[in-house]
Design a protein around this ligand. Structure first.
Ligand code: HEC
Length: 124
């Protein structure tokens, strides 16, 4: 059963945009964008496929966390999306953020929205 956590369109990570403004460079690919984290707006099957391929080896089969790899299921979808955008921009938020740079690198905005809903609802 997929719960709908959020009904509004969210502006995700204005902070990245603020940071980008302060650090403008030619290859800067950070931007402000909108992500819908409505369950009906995301592709949960695609998210599941990405999770199985690129995430569960570290975060566990049910995103329950393993050792120093954090549990993802107890977070808000906005938090998950916000973190993935941050890691994709190669910005650190914790001591092991560098481990997330590679997995986050190729995620599209749609992938991030799907994963945020998927990991916080699929394992209830
Ligand atoms: C190589 C192991 C590894 C892989 C693969 C990996 N992660 Fe992570 N992940 C980590 C570690 C370690 C952290 C903690 C990073 C830090 O200190 O900032 C983390 C943190 C996170 C966070 C932030 C959690 C929080 O509590 O704020 C999210 C969200 C996340 N990962 C999602 C994913 C997703 C989605 C994938 C697949 C696309 C993935 N991770 C793949 C190791 C991994």
């Amino acid at each position: 059963m997929i719960k709908i956590y959020i009904s509004a369109i969210l502006i995700v990570f204005g902070g990245v945009a603020a940071w980008a403004d302060a650090h403008k460079s030619a290859d800067d690919d950070t931007e402000t964008f909108e992500l819908s984290l409505n369950a009906e707006d995301v592709d949960l099957e695609a998210a599941e496929a990405i999770f199985k391929k690129s995430c569960r080896a570290c975060h566990g089969n049910k995103a329950q966390g393993v050792a120093s790899y954090p549990k993802l299921t107890d977070k808000e979808p906005e938090h998950i999306a916000d973190r993935l955008v941050t890691y994709r921009a190669r910005e650190r938020v914790g001591p092991n953020s560098a481990l997330m740079f590679q997995p986050a690198k190729k995620l599209s905005n749609e992938d991030i929205a799907g994963l945020a809903v998927y990991v916080t609802s699929a394992f209830d």
